[in-house]
Design a protein around this ligand. Structure first.
Ligand code: HEC
Length: 199
């Protein structure tokens, strides 16, 4: 009796695994970034993120104090590393080509921000990135202090002081040409207006 029961369970599990294999191997589950999440995928991703934040995110107060200078430092870091995906003060209107093609779409934080989240959550997301999304982990690039500085800005981005607001308005999301120095001869690839000088 017990033996038959376990045999039944085993056959069911193997059957389900075979169905999943067939769905994947025949391309029924889409591999493109433009096809949108499957219902279960979004649910699993959110559930896992929420549980991980509850246990793993730092519970200490932000060690970077709320000052104009720190907000502006956060804005500059954001302009350099994040605006390409998360936009500028112009919100959705400033979504870059990368932001438009990512899956899931990165929130344009000026209009769809994280001011209500604890800063420890935002710090954790910057530090570790978010699995199943295009949100990178920044631990190889930014220091702890820089990540807390970004979390400070994101927490306060809807109530910036005039000086910080001015710095935020100045952020653009076009990659800086300084990041891609034009070697003579490949200026046409860079799309540089001074392209003719190389030939
Ligand atoms: C390559 C694109 C990309 C870059 C660059 C990027 N992110 Fe993200 N980020 C994403 C995506 C996509 C998500 C959405 C994840 C989701 O749907 O849950 C995200 C989510 C987030 C969230 C959570 C938003 C929410 O509503 O919970 C925060 C906070 C965040 N990013 C901060 C940053 C910061 C700060 C930087 C720069 C250091 C940065 N991101 C750089 C793609 C990016």
């Amino acid at each position: 009796m017990v033996k038959t029961f376990f045999l039944g369970v085993l056959v069911t599990i193997l059957g389900a695994a075979a169905c999943i294999y067939v769905l994947l191997a025949r391309g029924v589950i889409p591999a493109g970034a433009d096809s949108g999440p499957l219902p279960l995928e979004r649910w699993a991703a959110r559930l896992s993120l929420r549980a991980t934040l509850a246990t793993d995110s730092p519970k200490i107060p932000n060690p970077v104090p709320l000052t104009d200078a720190n907000l502006i430092a956060g804005i500059q870091l954001f302009g350099r590393h994040c605006a390409i995906c998360h936009g500028t003060a112009a919100g959705d209107a400033s979504a870059s080509p990368i932001a438009k093609g990512e899956y899931p779409r990165p929130p344009q934080l000026a209009t769809d921000g994280v001011e209500d989240d604890p800063m420890g959550w935002t710090y954790w997301k910057i530090d570790h990135g978010i699995r199943w999304t295009g949100m990178p982990s920044w631990k190889a690039t930014l220091s702890d202090q820089q990540m807390w500085t970004l979390a400070l800005f994101l927490k306060n981005m809807n109530k910036l002081s005039p000086a910080a607001a001015q710095a935020w308005q100045a952020v653009t999301n076009t990659p800086s040409p300084a990041g891609a120095p034009a070697a003579p001869g490949n200026s046409s690839i860079q799309g540089s207006p001074s392209g003719s000088s190389g030939s």
